[in-house]
Design a protein. Structure first.
Length: 429
C-alpha cells in the first residue's frame, strides 16, 4: 500500500455475536445520470475500486495507516463493476475495519457501503484524518544529505508537536519548479544519492522547549536548537527508508509529552535541490514550526599526544586546522565541543578548550602566526566553547580555525561546527 492508503474512508464494524456478513460496495449506475436513463452501461465512467477488511482490537477506534497482510481477513480485487462484494465471518470478540479504495491515488468516486448479516451489527465511520502541508526548498547550501554527513544540519528543519497522542504519516515529495528544462535536468540527474527520506529526532531543550512549540513563542532562552549532527543513535526516533527519488514516506506515533525535529533530505549532499512539500496526515491535529534557514557543517577531529597546546607553547602550530571560505560577509557561529562529564573542582585545567582564527595566505599556504590572530576564545573548563565570528569576503581571502587544548602533549577528540545564514565552505586541512 502507498503512504496515502490510510487516508481512504474507514468504517468500524462489530457484531453482537458470531455471524456471517456480506459487504457490498456500490458505485453510481452509469446508465443513469441526473435522473435520466441511458441506453447502455457506461463502465468506462466508473473508477476501479476495491475493499479491504482488517481485523483489529475490540476497543480500537483509531485509523489504520498502512495495510498489514497479517491483519487482513478479506479483500476484493480492483474492479470497474457497479458492485464489489466481500463475504466473511465476524467474531463477537473482535472489531474490524472496512476500507474502500480506488486504484489511483487522488481519484474520487461516490459510493454506497452496505452490509447484510445473520445477526445485528454496528457500523460507524471513523473521523477523516487531519492534513497539514508545508512547502520549502533545498538550495545548494541547504541540501545537506542524510544523517551520515557533516552537513546534515543544513537541511530544512521543523518542530512538530501534538496535544493528543496520534499516529501520523509524513510524506516529503519533490515538486516541479515550473521550469520544464530544469525539471527535465533534475529528473535526468536522479539516481544514487537522490533518494528522499525523513529523519525525526528528539527535540532538545526539555519541557520549556516543548511549551514554546505549543504556544508558538520562540523565546531565545528556551527556543529549541537546530540539530547540527546526530552524535548519539538514541537521538533518532526514526527515519524513512530513502528508497525513492520522487518521495519519501515515514510512519510514526506522536505524543504530547515530546516534541520532535523533522528533517527532510536526500541521501547525498547537494544531490537534490529545488522545491518540495511535506504533508502530515494524522488522526489528531499537529503543529509544525520551521527553523530559520541556515547552513551548518560539523567536522570531527582529534589532538595528538605530541605537540599542540595554546599559543603560549612552541608546539602551538601543530594543532589540527580547518579552513573556512566565505563568498560574502556575514556572521559565522563556531562551536568547539568535547565529550565528558561536568568539570569538577580540583580537576586539572590542562584540558581546557579554546580556538583561534587567523587569515590564510593569499597563495593558499597555511602558516600559523600569533601576530595574525583575528579572534581567540578564552580557555575555559567547559565542554563547549562558542564564538560569533564576523568575517569579510575579501578577494582570495580565507580563514583558518585552529582548536587547541590549554596544555600540549594531550590527546583528545572534538567536534567543530560552523553555522551561518551566509553560504560558506568548510573543510579539514
Amino acid at each position: 500500500a502507498s503512504g496515502s492508503w490510510g487516508n481512504n474512508p474507514q468504517y468500524r464494524i462489530t457484531a453482537q455475536r458470531d455471524c456471517d456478513v456480506l459487504l457490498s460496495l456500490l458505485q453510481r449506475d452509469g446508465r443513469v445520470a441526473h435522473g435520466e436513463e441511458k441506453g447502455h452501461d457506461m463502465d468506462g465512467s466508473k473508477a476501479q475500486v476495491g475493499m479491504a477488511v482488517i481485523e483489529c482490537g475490540r476497543e480500537q477506534r483509531s485509523r489504520k495507516w498502512r495495510l498489514d497482510p497479517k491483519e487482513l481477513v478479506g479483500m476484493s480485487a480492483l474492479s470497474r463493476a457497479r458492485e464489489t462484494t466481500v463475504s466473511l465471518k465476524l467474531d463477537a470478540g473482535h472489531s474490524y475495519l472496512i476500507v474502500p479504495f480506488t486504484g489511483q491515488c487522488g481519484e474520487e468516486a461516490p459510493f454506497v457501503l452496505r452490509s447484510f448479516s445473520s445477526a445485528p451489527v454496528e457500523v460507524e465511520r471513523l473521523m477523516q484524518p487531519f492534513q497539514l502541508v508545508c512547502r520549502g526548498q533545498w538550495a545548494p547550501h541547504t541540501a545537506g544529505g542524510n544523517k551520515t554527513h557533516g552537513s546534515f544540519g543544513s537541511n530544512p528543519q521543523y518542530m512538530i508537536s501534538t496535544e493528543r497522542k496520534t499516529a501520523a504519516v509524513i510524506r516529503v515529495k519533490r515538486l516541479k519548479d515550473g521550469n520544464s528544462a530544469a525539471d527535465a535536468a533534475a529528473l535526468a540527474g536522479s539516481g544514487s544519492g537522490s533518494e528522499l527520506g525523513v529523519t525525526m529526532l528528539r527535540l532538545a531543550g526539555g519541557a520549556a522547549a516543548v511549551a514554546s512549540v505549543r504556544t508558538g513563542a520562540i523565546d531565545g532562552s528556551v527556543a529549541p536548537q537546530r540539530c547540527l549532527a546526530v552524535g548519539d543513535a538514541n537521538e533518532v526516533v526514526g527515519e524513512g527508508d530513502f528508497a525513492d527519488t520522487s518521495e519519501g514516506i515515514f510512519f510514526c506515533t506522536l505524543t504530547p509529552e515530546h516534541s520532535h525535529v523533522l528533517i527532510p533530505s536526500a541521501v547525498a549532499p547537494g544531490a537534490v535541490t529545488g522545491p518540495y512539500s511535506i504533508t502530515v496526515h494524522s488522526a489528531h491535529q499537529v503543529k509544525m514550526l520551521e527553523f530559520p534557514e541556515v547552513q551548518a557543517a560539523v567536522l570531527h577531529g582529534q589532538w595528538s599526544k605530541e605537540g599542540g597546546g595554546c599559543s603560549l607553547h612552541v608546539t602551538w602550530s601543530s594543532n589540527p586546522k580547518f579552513l573556512i571560505i566565505v563568498s560574502e560577509p556575514g556572521v559565522f557561529t563556531v562551536t568547539l565541543s568535547v565529550d565528558g562529564g561536568q568539570w569538577k573542582r580540583g580537576k586539572s585545567l590542562d584540558k581546557m578548550i579554546g580556538f583561534c582564527v587567523f587569515p590564510c595566505k593569499a597563495d593558499g599556504k597555511i602558516i600559523p602566526d600569533r601576530k595574525a590572530i583575528l579572534h581567540e576564545t578564552p580557555y575555559l573548563p567547559m565542554k563547549e566553547v562558542r564564538l560569533d565570528l564576523p568575517l569579510t569576503a575579501e578577494l582570495g581571502l580565507s580563514y583558518v580555525i585552529m582548536p587547541t587544548l590549554y596544555a600540549p602533549d594531550l590527546a583528545g577528540k572534538f567536534d567543530l561546527s560552523v553555522t551561518s545564514e551566509t553560504p560558506f565552505k568548510f573543510s579539514a586541512v
